[in-house]
Design a protein around this ligand. Structure first.
Ligand SMILES: Nc1nc2c(c(=O)[nH]1)N[C@H]1C(S)=C(S)[C@@H](COP(=O)(O)O)O[C@H]1N2
Ligand SMILES: [Mo]
Length: 323
């Protein structure tokens, strides 16, 4: 395990265009701390503990969001994750996800709205009929998955609070709690060097777009903790990091929200982060991707294959400048 991590961190896989963590700019000191934390056995988790049985979540399959590609295996989608609150390695979220308590849970929706409100998670589950939608997920690290999500359009939540005439953006905030998220602890565990809580943002028109899904489940079940239980966002035409997990707050604003990855590396991660095969990351190409479970590389599609639905949102915008 240590050997494997060591190699990935040295960047030997990066030439192949994968296993290129967003946090690979870590300095040597942080890297050595990572080795120390791994050797200590992060937070005393039990390796190989059986995955908890998750409750079924009934949803109507929405045929408008089917894909020709086969879904990624449940095993891969729940064991190869980016969720830096649990640690910076792909296997950390599955291993440490049990530390997050997802009930009770509430989601505060406030800011420039007429009816600010805190929703209990059970109310979020009843906002609108749950739909299953199969979406591509394209990570900025040049890998991708196909996942059958369960959720409701984010617009169903925003409609409830009635954004005011000043509303222009929506900010999403993940839970801040170092007790439950070892990756948020100071010292050994704060290796990613991110400033917590994780925040992301969308323009209001992006947030209201029918593709933007307030997500509560996947593969017929409630979300596993490593995938962002109990509620996350999924924005399929943007790089995966725009899809914040384990949300506690949705805030409507008139200024562009600060976003975690943009703050940590502004020249690498912009506000828009639309999937775009023609605009490379400064350290690697975005032209192709590896679908998890496959060996061949696929061409990355403009807006991750959702151009027909979202390209008009960006008419007249220079997508090279607004990366
Ligand atoms: N709070 C939070 N949300 C997050 C992340 C994170 O580290 N913390 N990682 C992002 C990244 S980089 C990706 S690719 C997706 C991965 O989602 P998945 O594990 O469900 O596939 O979650 C995104 N949401
Ligand atoms: Mo990602």
């Amino acid at each position: 395990m240590l050997i494997k991590r060591h190699r990935a961190l040295r960047g030997e896989d990066i030439a192949g265009g994968e296993i290129t963590p967003e946090g690979v700019y870590l300095n040597r000191r942080q890297f050595m701390l990572g080795v120390a934390a791994a050797a200590l056995g992060t937070a005393g988790a039990v390796e190989g503990a059986p995955a908890p049985a998750l409750a079924d979540l009934a949803a109507r399959k929405n045929p408008a969001y089917a894909l020709p590609e086969a879904p990624t295996s449940y095993q891969s989608a729940t064991s190869y994750n980016n969720f830096y609150e649990f640690g910076m390695y792909k296997e950390d979220p599955a291993r440490l996800g049990h530390m997050l308590k997802t009930r009770p849970w509430s989601l505060k929706v406030d800011g420039l709205v007429h009816k600010p409100r805190t929703f209990d998670i059970e109310e979020v589950l009843r906002l609108a009929p749950l739909e299953e939608r199969v979406y591509r997920l394209r990570c900025v690290e040049a890998w991708s998955m196909v996942i059958p999500w369960i959720g409701v359009p984010l617009s169903a939540l925003l409609k409830q609070v009635e954004p005011t005439g000043q509303a222009k953006y929506v900010e999403f905030t993940t839970l801040l709690d170092p007790e439950q998220f070892p990756g948020q602890r100071k010292g050994l565990f704060s290796l990613g060097g991110l400033d917590w809580p994780y925040t992301e943002g969308l323009r209001l028109d992006e947030a209201l777009h029918p593709l933007t899904l307030l997500t509560l489940g996947m593969y017929g079940k409630v979300l596993p903790n490593q995938n962002g239980a109990p509620v996350r966002i999924v924005v399929p035409w943007k790089y995966g990091f725009k899809s914040g997990k384990s949300l506690v707050r949705v805030r409507v604003t008139d200024t562009q929200p600060r976003t975690t990855w943009n703050v940590s590396a502004p020249h690498e991660y912009g506000f828009y982060s639309n999937v775009n095969p023609k605009v490379d990351h400064p350290r690697w190409s975005q032209a192709t991707e590896r679908r998890i479970g496959e060996f061949r590389r696929r061409d990355t599609l403009m807006f991750n294959g959702y151009a027909d639905q979202v390209a008009s949102l960006y008419a007249g915008l220079d997508l090279r400048k607004n990366y």
